[in-house]
Design a protein around this ligand. Structure first.
Ligand SMILES: Cc1cc2nc3c(=O)[nH]c(=O)nc-3n(C[C@H](O)[C@H](O)[C@H](O)COP(=O)(O)OP(=O)(O)OC[C@H]3O[C@@H](n4cnc5c(N)ncnc54)[C@H](O)[C@@H]3O)c2cc1C
Length: 398
């Protein structure tokens, strides 16, 4: 199917939010072909909660968080997406108050100019500001600014449309079966040079491949480059309660019960959590487990002002790629074949990190400096590249 087309400069494998963000960045200056085995956003992207919490997620790298936050604000202004910027709160139990206040003090001194937008609010202040919440079991909450949410599928498709408008070719229902490498070899030491991509519809010649195939990226790169990622499953439920009204709830994170939440629509709360590594991602359930539904049904009413039980109106689960330290791998690794770029392992934060991935991959190809440090994303930070590492949830991994 590719024979009559001019060869692309770059093949991007994977039409999730990461592949689409990368294709959009590259398309103005390069012939880009994006290959997606199914539909755009049919992987983790289409299951994601859409939270953007880059500021609390990268407290030591404010330029990384700022790059993503500024992108979402700018993109929202074009109407390509609807980015709702609202604070995120982390309720604090009495035994954790001192630690939480110390953390707030520390974070206010980090994050470059003027520190992070974070403070400690007493429970009454939180309840006045967000009347859906009832924090009687807590002394207050840590409030982070510069957080928000968006629709992940809409984001991926908007990025894809921009990429196509700029000349990229997007082929869905085409599966890449391997990266073609000249020279080097499985045990050969010399890693060789990328010369194309093999697919179930024929071979494409190209000198640069961006592997952005989510949790399937490790298999795709065998035998050329082992990367330490493994699939994990994470879950969401949608709850409805009379306490919820437009603007009545912030986003948030409950450290003890280990769940996060954000408003969805006018009167629903999207609640997510319970992540665990899976051995057989292909056959993993796409619904939330009964145990997680029950957990949410127990925990959430204690958080809400209305005493009525909540109704669970929907639930789902999805598979993403985990790394040992919860940070993604966005790199042109010297250990791999020349021309291979890896963008995977987004570990529960791929939607919010997509603008960073797009910019960094463009800079790697153009050999220019990105406007933030690329160090947290380098493959060389891992000595052990096996997939047999303990899964760490992002709440533990920072
Ligand atoms: C339930 C859930 C909630 C989440 N909540 C959030 C959140 O609130 N905020 C956030 O930032 N992140 C969140 N995430 C994480 C986020 O969804 C992922 O990190 C992100 O979508 C990863 O994007 P990706 O493009 O790398 O992977 P994917 O979206 O999985 O895309 C990879 C694509 O590659 C395709 N592909 C795979 N192999 C091949 C091949 N051989 N050939 C061609 N195509 C191939 C797949 O079909 C897929 O479409 C959540 C994830 C889940 C599951």
């Amino acid at each position: 199917m590719f024979r009559d087309e001019p060869s692309p400069d770059v093949v991007v494998i994977g039409g999730g939010v990461i592949g689409c963000a990368i294709a959009r960045e590259l398309a103005p200056n390069r012939r880009v072909l994006l290959l997606e085995r199914d539909r755009i956003a049919s992987g983790a992207t289409g299951r994601a909660a859409g939270e953007v919490t880059m500021t609390p997620s990268y407290p030591n790298h404010p330029a990384i968080a700022a790059h993503a936050n500024e992108f979402f604000r700018r993109y929202d202004a074009t109407d390509a997406i609807d980015y709702v910027e609202i604070p995120s709160v982390e309720p604090v139990s009495p035994d954790r108050e001192e630690t939480a206040r110390m953390r707030v003090d520390r974070l206010r001194n980090e994050g470059g100019d003027g520190g992070l937008d974070v403070d400690f609010l007493p429970s009454e202040t939180v309840e006045r500001r967000w009347p859906a919440l009832e924090l009687s079991e807590y002394v207050g909450a840590v409030r982070f600014g510069e957080t928000g949410y968006l629709d992940p599928s809409r984001l991926a498709n908007a990025l894809r449309i921009d990429a196509e408008d700029a000349g990229a070719r997007v082929e869905t229902c085409v599966r890449a079966t391997g990266v073609l490498v000249d020279g080097g070899g499985a045990g050969g030491g010399e890693a060789g040079t990328v010369v194309g991509v093999e697919t179930d519809r024929g071979t494409v010649d190209c000198s640069t491949v961006v592997a952005a195939a989510g949790w399937r990226t490790r298999d795709l790169l065998t035998p050329h480059l082992p990367i330490p990622i493994r699939p994990y499953r994470t879950q969401c439920v949608l709850v409805r309660s009379p306490a919820l009204r437009p603007g009545s709830a912030p986003m948030g994170w409950l450290p003890g019960p280990d769940i996060y939440f954000r408003p969805m629509g006018d009167d629903d709360l999207l609640v997510g959590g319970r992540s665990a590594a899976v051995e057989d991602p292909e056959s993993a359930s796409r619904s939330a487990d009964e145990a997680f539904r029950e957990h949410v049904a127990t925990v959430v009413p204690d958080l809400l002002a209305d005493a009525e039980p909540v109704h669970i109106v929907d639930d789902w689960a999805g598979i993403d790629a985990a790394t040992p330290d919860t940070r993604p791998i966005i790199d042109r690794p010297s250990a791999g074949p020349a021309g291979l770029i890896v963008a995977t392992g987004f570990h529960g934060r791929g939607v919010m990190t997509a603008p960073v991935a797009g910019t960094l991959v463009r800079c790697l190809i153009e050999e220019t400096d990105p406007p933030f440090s690329a160090d947290p994303f380098e493959l060389s930070r891992f000595e052990d590249r096996s997939a047999d590492f303990p899964f760490v949830s992002i709440s533990e991994g920072g």
